[in-house]
Each structure stands twice: as C-alpha cells, then as structure tokens.
Design a protein around this ligand. Structure first.
Ligand code: ATP
Ligand code: MG
Length: 401
C-alpha cells in the first residue's frame, strides 16, 4: 500500500514523534536561568553597573570577547536583574539596549534609545532631524526627568564602520555626554567581538568608552559540553540525544574558540534533521549533516550578497581554476562582454580579489615566476555546483551559467 506523502508526515507529527519538546529554548534570544562558567564576568558587569542603584553614574564600560562567549547574554541578564529591582522602588533609572547590527544608522540607534526613554514620534520623528538635534533631545529628556541612564550598544563594531565624519563626532560626544548633563546621568556600555575594532574608532572614543574593560575568555570544549547538556535537558525529550552526538557538537563548536552559539545552532539543526527523518534519537551523523548544512547556508548567504562584479569575478575564477590574476582578469572581461556590462579596471579587480579572499570563498597563493616577478593565483574553496546553484536565480548571470 502506498501511503499519501502528506498524510504520512502529518501522521508522524501527530503520533508525537517529535524529540524537541521546546524549540524556543534553542533560539539565540533565549535567556537561560543559569549562566555557567561566567560567574566572574557576571560579577564584573554587575559591579561595574552597581553605582546606578545609588544614583551615581557608572563608568563607561567596554565588553570584549570572541563570538558566542556569552557577552550579550550576561549583559542582558544583569540589566534585567537591575530593572527588576528598580521597578519595585520607582527609581528614575533607565536601562536601554540596542544592537548596531540591527539599527543600521547612528540616527536609527539614537532614535531607538530615545524611544526606550519614552520619547514619542512627535518629539523624535523617525527621520528629518539633524543628528545633533536628536542627540540634544535625548539629553534634554534625561536632564528634565533627572534620569540615570545606561545605554548598551551591542556589536558596536558595526557602528564604527557605518558612521560618517559627523557620526564619528556624535559618537564621541555620546561617550562624553555625561559632562553636558546637570540633573541626570548617562553611561555607555559597548559590546564587541571584533578585537581589532579599536583601530577603526577614534582613539578619543575608545579612551572614554573604555573607562572600564571586561574581557570574556574563550570556552573550552568541556565547558561548551556542559552548556549544551543544560540546554538539551530543557529543550529535548529525555535521552533523545546520543552521547557521541553531544561530544561531536561540543568538539565542532569548541574547536576554535568555544562558540556557544554555534554549539546550540548545531544541536538545533541536528534535532530538526533527526525529526525530519523520523528518528527518535539525534546521532553523530545528524550532527555531521547539520554542520555541513550550516556551512553551506553560510556560503550561500555570502555568495548571494555580493554585487554583480564580485559575482563575475567569482565566476571567472571558477571557469579558470587555479589561475593568475591576469588570467582571471581576461576571463572576467569576457564575462562582462557576455552580460553586456562595462568592465572595471584590473587594479580594481586585483583589490576585489583580496577582499573576496578575506571571506574565505576563494584562496590565493603567491607564485614566483623567475624574471617575471611574482603573481597571485586564486582558486575557489567551495564547489562549482554551489556557485551555480546560488547564482542561477540572478537574471543577469543566466546566460553564463
Ligand atoms: N555560559 C553560558 N551558559 C548558557 N548559555 C550560554 C552561555 N554562554 C553563551 N550561551 C548561549 O550561547 C549563545 C551565544 O551567546 P551570546 O549571544 O551571549 O554570545 P556573544 O558573546 O554576545 O556573541 P557575539 O559576539 O557573536 O554577539 C546564546 O544562545 C547564549 O544563550
Ligand atoms: Mg552578542
């Protein structure tokens, strides 16, 4: 008897063969009750923000550490605990969180802060004001209501890349805003996983933002495993994740610098794959498959996000595997002709190659050619199939592919 494919899946779902009992717990915004291995960091962040409870201004704070080391988690948890306490006592304390990867302009970031302080659309329109005016209105609000405010700017390195020259100045003023306040106070908390971002920001901003600094160390494989175990206990039904699967997850995510986000993503995707295959256990193979899938998604996303000429360069490398910059350039020019676009200069393409190399999609190697000097040869690190699959929806490129 051939069963209907839709019915078969619906039956399986109904018969309760799901092994994930609470998906939300595996989402990156979930805040677990206990934060393991981060006692010192939780203490440090709390200590640093404590003065606010006594109506004095905390120092500006810079929080650093590699991706997935619990920075956002710890800072948010400290904020929510402080908030809980002041709610009862009616202190004029305002703790405000914003992420500069989501708020993609300084204007947007300031408006988001303003809104959280209670400034409505009429006082703070979403567009149209000079940025210095937005800033002034926020400061007035803090002063008028004698607020003690803390602004958290998560992923502040994104902001550093976005801001224009006036933006840079506003950012500096923001770090020094407290000096302009007479009644209220303002402290900033910046969070970053880009350890080089200090070089991108004005040194004056860094020095006033970094009045205090807290560094989150890397998790090791054992710690990642403990974090995973805790999550699995709450998110999966008992005994549904095999020990080797757990170990592999921890090893894959702990390998480089101990990225807890990666570990949790892996176990979530592995769990979903297991469910889809109607397996009642998550095995090592599911984790391996999950890892591959996540990797492919990452490659696909970064491939898709390239502008046209970058895509043409990637195709040129694909067509002429392992070739020199000059050969790639000729191949690129030919592709430009096929799609009817003007070509960019060789100088620009050489620069572009270095940029693409940084993303890891291609890799380059210097080759010495005797009296001809040296050249750089490039090849793809991903499969041509992946490139074709990703680019085939791009109408301009259809003729080539
Ligand atoms: N010590 C821990 N205990 C439990 N869960 C943790 C711990 N550390 C991190 N996590 C979880 O790992 C994920 C990543 O943590 P978080 O978002 O805080 O990382 P981050 O340091 O802010 O990384 P990024 O720099 O990439 O933003 C989250 O789902 C978080 O809940
Ligand atoms: Mg974070």
């Amino acid at each position: 008897m051939v069963s209907d494919p839709i019915d078969r899946l619906l039956d399986a779902a109904e018969s309760g063969k799901s092994i994930i009992k609470n998906r939300d717990i595996l989402h990156f915004t979930y805040i677990p009750d206990t934060i393991q291995h981060r006692t010192v960091e939780q203490e440090q962040v709390t200590q640093s923000l404590l003065p606010i409870l006594k109506h004095s201004r905390p120092s500006n704070l810079l929080v650093y550490g590699k991706p997935g080391t619990g920075k956002t988690l710890v800072v948010k948890k400290v904020l929510s605990k402080i908030q809980e306490r002041v709610r009862k006592s009616n202190f004029p304390i305002k703790l405000v969180y914003s992420n500069s990867k989501e708020e993609t302009t300084l204007y947007g970031l300031l408006v988001s802060f303003g809104r959280q302080l209670g400034l409505g659309e009429e006082k703070l329109p979403p567009t149209g004001l000079a940025i210095s005016e937005v800033f002034k209105r926020i400061l007035n609000k803090i002063d008028d209501e004698k607020l003690n405010a803390i602004f958290v700017i998560d992923e502040i390195d994104y902001l550093a890349e976005l801001v224009s020259k006036t933006g840079k100045d506003i950012l500096y003023q923001l770090t020094r805003a407290n000096e302009r306040l007479t009644q209220g106070s303002l402290a900033l908390v910046g969070i970053s996983n880009d350890l080089t971002f200090k070089e991108k920001l004005d040194p004056r901003v860094i020095s006033s933002l970094g009045e205090e600094e807290i560094v989150f160390t890397n998790y090791d494989v054992e710690q990642i495993k403990k974090i995973l175990e805790e999550r699995i206990k709450d998110a999966f039904i008992p005994n549904s994740v095999e020990e080797p699967a757990l170990n592999l997850c921890a090893a894959l995510a702990g390998g480089e610098h101990g990225d807890a986000r990666r570990a949790i993503d892996l176990i979530r995707v592995a769990g979903e794959l297991a469910e889809r295959q109607q397996s009642d256990k998550v095995t090592k193979e599911h984790v391996r498959e999950a890892s591959q899938k996540i990797e492919e998604n990452k490659e696909e996303t970064s491939l898709k996000s390239y502008p046209l000429h970058e895509k043409l360069v990637i195709l040129a490398i694909m067509k002429a595997a392992g070739s020199s910059t000059g050969e790639i350039y000729s191949s690129y020019k030919a592709l430009c002709k096929t799609v009817g676009r003007d070509e960019l200069t060789q100088r620009r393409i050489t620069q572009m190659l270095s940029e693409i190399e940084l993303s890891g999609i291609i890799t380059g190697r210097l080759v010495h050619q005797g009296i001809h000097g040296r050249t750089k040869k490039y090849k793809l690190t991903i499969t041509p199939e992946m490139v074709k699959k990703t680019f085939k929806d791009d109408l301009t490129l259809q003729d080539i592919i």
